[in-house]
Write a protein that binds this ligand. Structure first.
Ligand code: PTT
Ligand code: SF4
Length: 610
C-alpha cells in the first residue's frame, strides 16, 4: 500500500514485549486512519467494562495516510483510549514531531497495553523497542522531561510525555509535546500515568513513498503556496485563535463566571490585540506554514503558548482579566500536563460553589495566586484539589443538590469555551460530540449566528451532521489539522487530490463522508456497549444552566435555551443519524455501514431497534 505503512506496533508494558502487527487494505479503506483506526481498534480489542486506569485498558496513538508527508499541516497525532473521565470513547489530537517520526520509523500507529512495574519511558524506532527506566524522570514536569530526554537522542526525535497530573491520575490529564502542545482532553495523560509510562521517544528516518511522486511534489509546493495567499493569512499569524475572544464577546458567547454569562467586562484586556502586546514569537506543529501558537511572556516571566480556549477558560470563566496572569496559569497547566478547558471548568465551578456557600473553603473569582496554588493542589491531589482532580461531574455529585445544574459538562467531559444560552445548534454539537463536550467535531456557532440563533429546525441539524462529518470524521481520520480549511478557507478539493497522489486511491467526498459516518456510528456503539442499560438520551443533553437561567447581561440579556425545542432537535438529529429515540444506532444503520458483527455484539448489551 502507498500512503499507509500497513502496520502498527503492539506494545505490552507488563511483558516488556513489542510486536509489529499488519493490517490490510480493507481496514485502511473502511476507517482511513487516526480516529477511525482508534475507534475500530478499541472496539475490537477492549473488553466492555474495562477499568480505564487498569493495565487492561489500551492507549492508541494513530496517524492517517497523509501524516508526515510534505502537505499542509500533516504533523498531528490522535491519542485515544477508554476515558477515565467519561467512561466512554476518548481521544485528542496533538501537533507533534512524534507523529511524523513515528511514520518514518515505519508505524502508522502504536497500541500500548499492560503496566510497567516501575516508571519507564519507551524508545521506539525502526525495529527497536526499548523499555527504559524512568525513575529519575518521575515527578518532573512535562517541559523538564522533554528537555532532559532531548540530548539523549537524535535531534529529529519526537517526544510525548506526561507531567505530574498524569502521574497522579488526574482525570483530565493530557499528553504534552514540544513544551506547550497538549492533547487528549478526556484524560489520555492519566491513562499513560496508570501504565507507569512517563514518555515515548520516537526516532525514525525512513522515507514515506507516494503513489505518484511527481504529482505529489507539485501538489506539495502548490498547496503550501496556496495557504500563504489566503486573505486571512497575515492576521492569522499575528493572532491565531486569539481573535476569537473579541468575536465571542461581541456575540455573547464568551464563557464568563462558570458559563453564567456570555460577556466579560474585561474581555478587551485578555483579547487578541492585548495578546499582541506581550507576544514574543510564534510556535506550532510540524509540517505547518501557518503556525498559530502565540508565545507570550507571562506574569511569572516565563514563556506560555496561548490559544482562545486556554484564555477564555482560565480568564473570563474564572473572572480573571489579566492576560499575563491567565498565561501563567496556562503555562502551569502545560507543565503539569492538565487540560486547560476542564481545569477552567472545575475552577469556575468551585468558585461558584464557594460563592453560594456550598463548601466551607473561600475560593474567590479571579484571584491569581490562590488559583495557581489550587491548580497545583489539583495536580498533586492535595485537599480539595483531590476532589477537583476527578472532574466537574464528580465534584457536583459530591456537593450535591442543585450544583449539578451548573456543573458544565456533557457525559463527564467539561464544556469548551462557547456559551450556548443563545446557540441551540452549538449546544447540540456539544451534546452529540463523540468524546463529550468538545467543539472540535463541530464549531457550528459561527454559522449559526449568521443563519439565525432562534431556530431549532431541521436545517441546523443537517448543517451539524455535515460539519461533524467533515471535522470529526474526515479531518480526525486524516489526522490533519483542519485550520487551513476552516480558518483560511483552503478549498476542500485539495484533500482528495492529496489522497490520490499519496495513496493512489481516488476517494470521493461521498466515500470520505461514509467513512466518517461509519466511525461516528461505531463510536456511539462503543459508548452504548460501555453503559449498557444505563445509557440514556439525557447523556446527550447539555447542563440545565443553559435551559433554566437566562443571561443577565449583554445584548442577549434574557436568552436561554428551550428544553422542549432542544429535545425535538435531538430527535431530528437521531433520525438523521439513523439512531433510535434513545440515541442508539438502529440495527439497519449498523448494517448499512458494514457493522453487522458489531450489531450482534451490541444487542447482547441493549435491545436494538430495527
Ligand atoms: C484541544 C483543546 C484545545 S482546542 C485547546 S486550545 W483550540 C486547549 N489547548 C490546551 C493547551 O494549549 N494546554 C493545555 N494544558 N490544555 C489545553 N487544552 C485544550 O485542548 C491545537 C490546535 C487547536 S488550538 C485547535 S482548536 C485545533 N484542534 C484540532 C483538532 O481537534 N483536530 C484537528 N484535526 N485539527 C485541529 N487543529 C487545531 O489544533 P485536544 P495542539 Mg490539542 C497550550 O488536543 O484533546 O483535541 O484538545 O493539540 O497541537 O495543541 O493544537 O483554540
Ligand atoms: Fe498546529 Fe496551528 Fe499549524 Fe494547525 S495551524 S498545524 S494547530 S500550528
Amino acid at each position: 500500500m502507498f500512503g499507509w505503512q500497513g502496520n502498527y506496533l503492539h506494545v505490552n508494558l507488563t511483558k516488556n514485549k513489542a510486536v509489529v502487527k499488519t493490517y490490510d487494505a480493507i481496514f485502511a479503506f473502511n476507517y482511513l486512519g487516526g480516529r477511525g483506526f482508534a475507534a475500530k481498534i478499541l472496539w475490537d480489542q477492549l473488553k466492555p467494562g474495562t477499568d480505564p486506569l487498569s493495565p487492561e485498558n489500551k492507549l492508541v496513538f494513530a496517524t492517517g495516510p497523509l501524516t508526515g508527508f510534505g502537505l499542509p499541516n500533516s504533523g498531528k497525532l490522535i491519542i485515544a483510549s477508554k476515558s477515565p473521565l467519561t467512561g466512554g470513547y476518548g481521544d485528542g489530537n496533538i501537533g507533534t514531531k512524534a507523529a511524523v517520526v513515528m511514520r518514518k520509523a515505519g508505524y502508522d500507529g502504536v497500541i500500548i497495553e499492560g503496566k510497567a512495574k516501575t516508571p519507564i519511558f519507551l524508545h521506539l524506532k525502526e525495529n527497536v523497542a526499548e523499555f527504559v527506566d524512568a525513575k529519575d524522570f518521575w515527578g518532573l514536569n512535562s517541559f523538564e522531561t522533554e528537555q532532559r530526554l532531548k540530548p539523549l537522542y537524535e535531534r529529529t526525535a519526537g517526544i510525548i510525555s506526561i507531567g505530574p497530573a498524569g502521574e497522579n491520575l488526574v482525570k483530565f490529564a493530557t499528553v504534552v509535546s514540544q513544551e506547550g502542545r497538549s492533547g487528549g482532553r478526556p484524560g489520555m495523560g492519566a491513562v499513560m500515568g496508570s501504565k507507569n509510562l512517563k514518555a515515548v521517544v520516537f526516532e525514525g528516518s525512513g522515507i514515506l513513498s507516494a503513489a505518484h511522486p511527481k504529482e505529489f511534489k507539485e501538489l506539495s509546493s502548490e498547496s503550501y503556496r496556496e495557504v500563504m495567499t489566503k486573505p486571512g493569512f497575515e492576521f492569522w499569524k499575528r493572532q491565531g485563535t486569539m481573535s476569537t475572544i473579541e468575536w465571542s464577546q461581541e456575540n455573547c458567547a464568551l464563557p464568563t463566571l462558570n458559563f453564567r454569562e456570555g460577556v466579560f467586562d474585561e474581555a478587551t484586556e485578555i483579547g487578541g490585540y492585548a495578546m499582541e502586546k506581550i507576544k514574543i514569537s510564534n510556535r506550532g506543529c510540524p509540517q505547518c506554514n501557518m503556525t498559530c501558537g502565540n508565545i507570550v511572556k507571562d506574569s511569572d516571566r516565563k514563556e506560555s503558548e496561548v490559544d482562545y480556549e486556554n484564555v477564555a477558560m482560565l480568564g473570563s470563566n474564572i473572572g480573571l482579566g489579566n492576560l499575563g496572569q491567565v498565561a501563567a496559569l496556562n503555562r502551569v497547566a502545560d507543565e503539569l500536563g492538565m487540560d486547560t478547558i476542564s481545569l477552567g471548568n472545575v475552577l469556575g465551578f468551585i468558585m461558584e460553589a464557594s460563592e453560594r456557600k456550598l463548601i466551607p473553603e473561600k475560593i474567590l473569582w479571579g484571584k491569581f495566586k490562590d488559583t495557581k496554588a489550587l491548580v497545583n493542589d489539583i495536580a498533586y491531589r492535595r485537599g480539595l484539589g483531590g476532589t477537583l482532580a476527578e472532574g466537574v461531574r464528580y465534584t457536583a455529585d459530591k456537593i450535591g443538590s442543585e450544583s449539578r445544574d451548573w456543573a458544565m459538562h456533557v457525559k463527564g467531559l467539561e464544556i469548551s469555551a462557547y456559551d450556548c444560552h443563545a446557540a441551540p445548534a452549538m449546544a447540540l454539537s456539544y451534546g452529540t460530540c463523540p468524546v463529550g463536550a468538545h467543539h472540535k467535531d463541530a464549531w457550528i456557532i459561527g454559522w449559526e449566528i449568521e443563519y439565525g440563533r432562534d431556530s431549532y429546525g431541521e436545517e441546523k441539524v443537517a448543517k451539524l451532521v455535515e460539519t461533524q462529518q467533515l471535522r470529526g470524521g474526515v479531518f480526525e481520520a486524516l489526522t490533519l489539522c483542519r485550520f487551513p480549511n476552516v480558518q483560511l478557507g483552503l478549498e476542500l478539493e485539495w484533500y482528495p487530490k492529496f489522497l490520490i497522489a499519496t495513496t493512489g486511491m481516488d476517494l470521493s467526498w461521498g466515500t470520505l463522508n461514509q467513512i466518517a459516518d461509519r466511525t461516528s456510528t461505531l463510536i456511539r456503539a462503543f459508548w452504548v456497549r460501555e453503559f449498557g442499560k444505563n445509557w440514556t438520551r439525557e447523556m446527550d443533553v447539555p447542563p440545565a444552566r443553559w435551559f433554566k437561567e437566562p443571561l443577565k447581561k449583554g445584548p442577549l440579556k434574557g436568552s436561554k435555551l428551550d428544553e422542549d425545542k432542544f429535545n425535538g432537535m435531538l430527535n431530528k438529529y437521531y433520525r438523521k443519524r439513523g439512531w433510535d429515540e434513545r440515541g442508539i444506532p438502529r440495527k439497519s444503520t449498523l448494517k448499512r455501514f458494514g457493522l453487522g458483527d458489531q450489531a450482534d455484539q451490541l444487542s447482547k448489551h441493549v435491545s436494538l431497534s430495527e
